[in-house]
Write a protein that binds this ligand. Structure first.
Ligand SMILES: *Cc1c(COP(=O)(O)O)cnc(C)c1O
Length: 499
């Protein structure tokens, strides 16, 4: 029997995994969730003998039950191949009393590659399965990393096209260069004058616009989402937590059954939610430490039980976490409300109208496994410098937020449980901030001088993703106001459709 999915906001719509992947968002604006979270059906011992690809199959087969074994294995093979610069795909590095789970060895050197290298294949397989004839048009809002990873994943994948919106002044120079040099006849990159939340709201509005959907259908297109709300993003992210745990067992760092802590630098709450799903599947996790930067809306939420986005939006050196609406939190809210979609819908309505909501005491009691923390800019920079000087290990700004939060957590609680820190980007992606943290003398250098300097300091070879953009020509230069996103999409599609 197939595992079915329903919306976090009503029980009316029940769909298969492939349908949920195709739709991205439910018709009522809610997120798709599995009716129950499946349990792992392989032991840790068995998993610890498997490759990344094999673990991926064992996890994903439990969620995407309407794919045949061959279809799913085919998707996995196409995704986790030599695009990754290391055979282990997601290696663990021990440094400064923790295990860094390096999730940045894919095509665009950020953790988004873990899911976005497989999503196009999940989508095209889902389309075939559901007799979809339209071209699947991916609309994505990005705070930097999703955009490039999605572009790289979908570029020239037959039957798909992609439009990425990013905040023009809210991503790093290297992130921007990565996106606007993207090749592929089916790709468009658009800067908007607003921030990430504006971009995300604009995309959500287009997904919910029935009239626009009809127009698109006439032109032979239909929208889908590559944002982290798509279950096709969430499910592949569960894999690496299971894999990391099994590697710790394999390497004799822990025994099967021992608990670990997981620390995740969090923005949209997708990565940490995947860890939470892994625990619900049976993975022995003690605490989830949710790390925020100065945009500490989640820290406040875990402290007080009130989610309140009414605050100043702060641009930080960890831009992929500069987020005030963490979309994937809705799935956790739904779960701690006892899978009560009505309750969840009420809270999300409050969020949309007043910018805040309060959870009940009962719900709060179910957040025991979570600890929130935040690291401000000074602390994040100090963490990068300290770990570099102590261990020679250079981490990026997002990972440093997590490391800073973890150190404070350990000090405050005395909790010495073996801990995995999700390392979400290569330091090469945020070179200037990373090098400035190590020494202010670097500030006068150009971006690519800094890249070479970072390589000297860390002894890590400059990744291909960076080498490529040194000389790549700019191919995208559209900029629009946040209110004009829909107009821009219509114009692009008109051009594409008439080609
Ligand atoms: C996207 C991203 C995050 C935040 O992940 P979420 O799943 O949105 O919480 C953290 N670090 C980096 C480098 C990212 O790209």
């Amino acid at each position: 029997m197939n595992l079915m999915y329903n919306s976090t906001r009503s029980n009316k719509e029940t769909v298969t995994a492939s349908q949920a992947i195709l739709k991205g968002l439910a018709d009522d604006g809610g997120l798709f969730v599995p009716e129950t979270i499946p349990a792992l059906d392989k032991s840790i011992e068995e998993l610890s003998e498997m490759s990344y690809q094999e673990v991926a199959y064992e996890v994903m087969k439990l969620y995407i039950t309407d794919f045949t074994e061959e279809e799913l294995k085919n998707c996995i093979e196409k995704a986790y191949d030599s695009k990754f610069d290391i055979a282990e795909i997601a290696p663990l590095k021990k440094a400064d009393g923790a295990y860094y789970l390096e999730l940045f060895h894919g095509a665009t050197i950020a953790f988004k590659d873990m899911a976005l290298s497989i999503l196009p294949h999940l989508l095209t397989t889902s389309a075939k399965k559901n007799q979809v004839k339209n071209n699947i048009l991916i609309l994505t809002a990005t705070s930097g990393d999703t955009g490039k990873a999605a572009l790289a994943g979908f570029a020239d994948v037959e039957g798909t096209s992609i439009i990425v919106f990013y905040p023009k002044n809210g991503v790093s120079p290297i992130q921007e260069k990565q996106m606007i040099t993207q090749k592929g006849n089916n790709t468009k990159v658009v800067g908007i004058t607003g921030n990430f939340d504006d971009a995300q709201s604009g995309v959500k509005a287009m997904f919910n616009n029935k009239e626009l959907a009809e127009k698109m259908d006439k032109a032979g297109y239909q929208f889908s989402s590559a944002n982290s709300i798509n279950i096709g993003r969430l499910v592949p992210q569960i894999v690496y937590y299971v894999y990391a745990y099994s590697r710790l067992v394999k390497n004799g760092e822990i025994k099967a059954g021992d608990k670990i802590n997981v620390v995740v630098p969090t923005g949209n709450f997708g990565n940490i939610l995947a860890a939470y799903y892994a625990k619900n599947m049976g993975l022995p996790v003690n605490k989830f430490v949710c790390a925020s930067n100065d945009n500490k809306v989640l820290f406040d939420f875990f402290q007080t039980g009130t989610y309140d986005r009414n605050r100043e939006f702060i641009l930080t050196t960890s831009p992929s976490m500069d987020i005030l609406i963490s979309s994937n939190l809705e799935r956790l809210i739904y779960k701690i409300a006892g899978n009560d979609s009505e309750k969840c819908a009420d809270l999300m309505k409050a969020l949309a109208t007043t910018g805040k909501y309060d959870i009940t005491e009962d719900m709060k009691a179910q957040l025991e496994d979570f600890a929130g923390g935040y690291s401000d800019e000074a602390k994040t920079a100090a963490t990068i410098k300290a770990v570099y000087e102590k261990e020679g290990y250079i981490m990026d700004t997002h990972t440093a937020v997590a490391a800073g939060v973890y150190n404070a957590y350990k000090e405050n609680t005395g909790d010495n449980t073996p801990t995995v820190i999700a390392s979400t980007a290569s330091p090469y992606k945020f070179t200037r901030s990373v090098m400035n943290a190590i020494d202010s003398k670097y500030d006068s250098m150009s971006d690519f001088e800094l890249v070479d300097e970072l390589s000297k300091l860390s002894g890590v070879k400059v990744p291909n993703a960076i080498e490529e953009i040194r000389t790549a020509p700019v191919l995208h230069d559209i900029v629009c106001e946040s209110e004009k996103m829909q107009d821009t999409v219509e114009k692009i599609v008109e051009k594409w459709a008439n080609k």
